[in-house]
Design a protein around this ligand. Structure first.
Ligand code: 6PG
Length: 279
């Protein structure tokens, strides 16, 4: 069984005839081969259809992983964009939830009941709505001292996610988002954590939030079998264009450091976020 997730076959539109109005969301655009670094971008007309597509792709990836490896190790994203995706996922029929092993790609250093908790967001939009409990729900312990939280979560991942002999645990799917500043997970511009090559999970103090965050590092993200980045909204349009078509500068635009070694990488964005893409 091939491990290509449906919906990612590249119906590339290299021709410039595909003017802006296409991006204004009348149809799904699958932009493959149009970008200097080979990024593959699926543009959906709006946030709702982005959520449908993403939920469909996550569900499909779970079926493939369970078929091939008996389980689906998935790391979920925080923030506001993925909420509707999780709500859709909870309604997908015939998902073998007990084979799902759910992790988080980043977390705020707060308790699991806190309004800012990514765990809480996923609990309310997905876990509380499932017909039966997933095989494993391994949240990041945001309430612990940050360094201890990062170390214990790395241990949890190494104990539960196999590395296929590569030494780095390989998630079947990692969901990420992108901030207006080009951050992803909790990898922020100018952070020392961007240079991390050994640790899989790190704690980082983020000035603009005057708070600590816990995050997957690049080695763990780039070992993923499938990595999906979800981007929605006009406030991200300039950054998304710079990320896809501008020079490579992951120190300033950390999401550019997401380059899976052997895995599949896709962007699913809405027309508002894609409106500035130069092609
Ligand atoms: C978080 C996220 C973060 C998020 C981006 C985009 O904990 O905030 O994991 O990386 O994906 O900030 O956030 P929105 O989806 O809210 O725009």
């Amino acid at each position: 069984m091939t491990e290509t997730v449906p919906g990612t076959r590249s119906e590339s539109r290299r021709d410039s005839k595909a003017g802006r109005d296409d991006l204004a969301g009348k149809q799904t655009l699958n932009l493959a081969g149009a970008f200097p670094r080979g990024d593959k971008v699926i543009v959906q007309p709006n946030r709702s259809e982005l959520a449908d597509t993403a939920a469909g792709m996550v569900a499909a990836a779970s079926l493939i992983s369970i078929e091939l490896r008996g389980a689906f190790n998935v790391a979920l994203a925080g923030g506001s964009t993925p909420g509707p995706v999780y709500e859709r996922l909870a309604t997908v029929p015939d998902i073998d939830w007990k084979r799902w092993r759910i992790f988080w790609s980043d977390e705020r250093c707060v308790s699991p009941e806190h309004a800012d908790s990514n765990y809480r967001m996923v609990r309310e939009t997905l876990l509380d709505r499932l017909p039966l409990a997933p095989g494993l729900v391994a949240r990041m312990p945001g309430e612990l001292p940050p360094e201890r939280a990062a170390n214990s979560y790395e241990e949890t991942i190494r104990e539960n996610v196999s590395s296929d002999g590569t030494g780095i645990p390989r998630f079947d799917l990692i969901l990420l988002g992108m901030g207006d500043d080009g951050h992803t997970a909790s990898l922020f511009p100018g952070s020392q954590v961007l240079k991390e090559n050994d640790r899989l999970v790190a704690a980082d103090y983020v000035n603009k939030f005057d708070a600590y965050r816990l995050t997957f590092t690049y080695p763990l993200i780039n070992a993923g079998r499938h990595v999906l980045v979800l981007v929605s909204g006009a406030s991200k349009a300039a950054t998304l264009n710079a990320v896809l078509t501008g020079p490579r500068q992951p120190g300033a635009l950390p999401v550019q450091g997401v380059q899976p070694t052997t895995g599949q990488f896709r962007w699913i964005v809405d027309a508002d976020a894609a409106q500035n893409i130069d092609r």
